[in-house]
Design a protein around this ligand. Sequence first.
Ligand SMILES: N[C@@H](CCC(=O)N[C@@H](CS)C(=O)NCC(=O)O)C(=O)O
Length: 206
Amino acid sequence: MAGTTLTEPILYSFRRCPYAMRARMALLVSDTACEVREVKLREKPLEMVAASPKGTVPVLVLCDGPVIEESLDIMRWALRRNDPEHWLDGDDAELIGINDSSFKFHLDRYKYADRYPADAVDHRAQAVQILAGLEQRLAKRAFLCGDARSLTDAAIMPFVRQFAATDRGWFDAQPLPSVQRWLATMLASPLFAEAMAKRPQWRGSA
Ligand SMILES: N[C@@H](CCC(=O)N[C@@H](CS)C(=O)NCC(=O)O)C(=O)O
């Protein structure tokens, strides 16, 4: 990208990545135009790795050169530009931190039980403990930080979605009515549908 000025930012993304999902939702809600390049994690384009050698998605390459390499930083950057739904008023870094550390840890060991020498049911139970905390909040308010969706909902929902989808029947039978209602609302939103639009693989300019 050196020496080139882009006409719009480039987002390297992977449709099913929960980190990329939350970045795409924030870019959409902030009406930030960008070129979304759908990549395969096993075939990362050279352009993406050149911009961000750490090799994770999402990566946002800004028009004048800077690169944003963390999903939450992409969300906050986009919303600081334009925040019509006041998502930044609901930026609960502590709750998102629990999601990104403990919940993600247990989710992976439950969802990918074949990859970890651990008891998946135990990890599922520990993840449910975290969801019980969300349940308490969502029993009082429609969304995690109030009556309207915010950055925190968009940041956490893709991970709860993965957890729920691992064994849908089991999840639906859990005593988590407010989490289930919240997840269904987030999944049914036009915003999420747009964030999940299918794109062909971007194969690079080489
Ligand atoms: N902390 C990063 C985590 C991003 C991340 O781990 N993304 C995964 C996909 S869901 C990835 O790109 N992994 C690299 C790989 O699988 O090669 C963020 O929030 O953006």
